[in-house]
Design a binder for this molecule. Structure first.
Ligand code: UD1
Length: 326
C-alpha cells in the first residue's frame, strides 16, 4: 500500500513516515518546506516539494504514486500566531484540506488520517477530556481543525470517504533519527532542553497563578512514536467503526514545573527559569481520556513516563545539536 504523507518533512509527519516504511508501506512525502526540513524526510520515502493547496499537482502525485491513503500532517499549528494571523490558519488548515480532499475525490482515493488537536476543545468542562466533550475552540488554530473535522464528515457522508481525526495532546520526544526542530521554537520541552544546554539564558514560565496544584499549566505529553503508532493502527481500522475522532494522550497531566524537574533529572543540568505572565489562550489543564483509542484502535502508548519522553528528546538533541541544520 502506498501512503501519501503531507507534512512528512515536519516533526510528527517524519516520525510517522519512518514508522510506515518500517511497517512495509510505500511512502510519498509531500511538503512545501516552509516549516519542514528536506533532511527530515526518511530515507526510502519518495519526496515531492509541493503545497497541498495545489490541487492539480496533488492529483498528479496521487495518480503517479498509486496512493491509497493520505495522512495529512501539514498545517499551521501555533496557537499564538493564529491569534494574530487567522487568515493563514483558515487558508492553510481549512482551504488546504478542501483542496486535498477534492484532489483525492478526483483520483478515487478515499482513506484519510487527519492530524487534529486538543485545541478543538478550548477550555474543557471536565478533565480527562472525552471525545464527546463540547468542541469550543478558543483560537483560530483550534477552530480551523474543528472546521476541517466537520468538512471531513460531509466527505464521508457524500463521497464515501473513510477517515480518522486524531486529536493530539502535547506531542514530545523523538525517534533515534527524527525529532523536534521548529523555527521559531515555542514548545516547552525543546525550549527547556535548550535552556539546560546553555543555549538560551532562561526559560519563561508562563503564569504561576493557574488553578492547578503548583499554579502552572498542566498538559498531557505524549511520545511522538506513540502518536505515529496510532496513525498506523487507525489506518488498519478505517471503515470498521462509526467513531472517527480519537484523543491521543497518556491520560496523565504534568505541570510546567514538573516538566522542568524532569528535564533537570534527565540532563543533570539546571534549567534557568524566570516567571512571566500567562500566555494568551493557554487553558489551565488539558489531559486526555484516550479510552476510545485504546478500545477501538487497540492503541497502547509504550513510552509513557515524562522522563522517558524527555530522555528521547534529549538524546536526539545531543545527536543533532544543530537540529536538521537548515
Ligand atoms: C499548543 C496547542 C496544541 C498544539 C500545540 C502545537 C492548545 C491548548 N494546545 O500546545 O493543540 O498542537 O500548541 O503548537 O492550544 N510554556 C511555558 N514556557 C514556554 C513555553 C511553554 O511556560 O516557553 C508552557 C505553556 O504555557 C503550556 C505548556 O508550557 O502550559 C506547554 O506549552 P507548549 O509546549 O507551547 O504546548 P501547548 O501550548 O500546550
Amino acid at each position: 500500500m502506498s501512503v501519501l504523507v503531507s507534512g512528512g518533512a515536519g516533526y510528527i509527519g517524519s516520525v510517522t513516515a519512518e514508522m510506515l516504511l518500517g511497517a512495509g508501506r510505500r511512502v510519498v512525502v509531500v511538503d512545501n518546506l516552509t516549516r519542514g526540513h528536506r533532511s527530515a524526510v526518511p530515507e526510502g520515502a519518495a519526496f515531492v516539494e509541493a503545497d497541498v493547496r495545489d490541487s492539480a499537482r496533488l492529483e498528479a502525485i496521487l495518480g503517479e504514486h498509486g496512493v491509497e491513503c493520505v495522512m495529512h500532517f501539514s498545517a499551521s499549528s501555533l496557537v499564538g500566531e493564529s491569534m494574530t494571523d487567522p487568515g493563514e490558519y483558515f487558508g492553510n488548515n481549512v482551504v488546504g484540506v478542501i483542496r486535498l480532499l477534492e484532489a483525492m475525490h478526483t483520483q478515487g482515493v478515499r482513506d484519510f488520517i487527519f492530524s487534529s488537536t486538543a485545541a478543538t476543545y478550548g477550555e474543557p468542562p471536565e478533565v480527562p477530556i472525552p471525545e464527546d466533550a463540547p468542541v469550543r475552540p478558543t483560537n483560530p488554530y483550534g477552530e480551523s481543525k474543528a472546521t476541517a473535522e466537520r468538512i471531513l464528515r460531509w466527505y464521508e457522508t457524500i463521497h464515501g470517504f473513510r477517515f480518522a481525526a486524531l486529536r493530539y495532546f502535547n506531542a514530545a520526544g523523538a525517534s533515534r533519527d527524527h525529532g523536534e526542530d521548529h523555527d521559531p521554537e515555542t514548545h516547552l520541552i525543546p525550549l527547556a532542553l535548550s535552556a539546560a544546554a546553555g543555549e538560551r539564558e532562561s526559560l519563561a514560565i508562563f503564569g504561576r497563578d493557574y488553578p492547578t496544584p503548583d499554579g502552572t499549566c498542566v498538559r498531557d505529553y505524549i511520545h511522538v512514536q506513540d502518536l505515529a503508532d496510532a496513525h498506523i493502527l487507525a489506518l488498519g481500522k478505517l471503515g470498521e467503526t462509526k467513531e472517527n475522532a480519537f484523543n491521543l494522550g497518556n491520560g496523565e497531566g504534568y505541570s510546567v514545573l514538573e516538566v522542568l524537574s524532569a528535564v533537570e533529572r534527565v540532563t543533570g543540568k539546571q534549567v534557568p527559569a524566570v516567571d512571566a505572565p500567562r500566555r494568551p489562550g493557554d487553558p489551565a489543564r488539558l489531559v486526555a481520556s484516550s479510552a476510545r483509542a485504546k478500545k477501538i484502535l487497540g492503541w497502547r502508548p509504550k513510552r509513557v513516563t515524562l522522563d522517558e519522553i524527555v530522555r528521547d528528546a534529549w538524546a536526539w538533541k545531543q545527536r543533532f545539536p544543530e537540529g536538521y541544520g537548515d
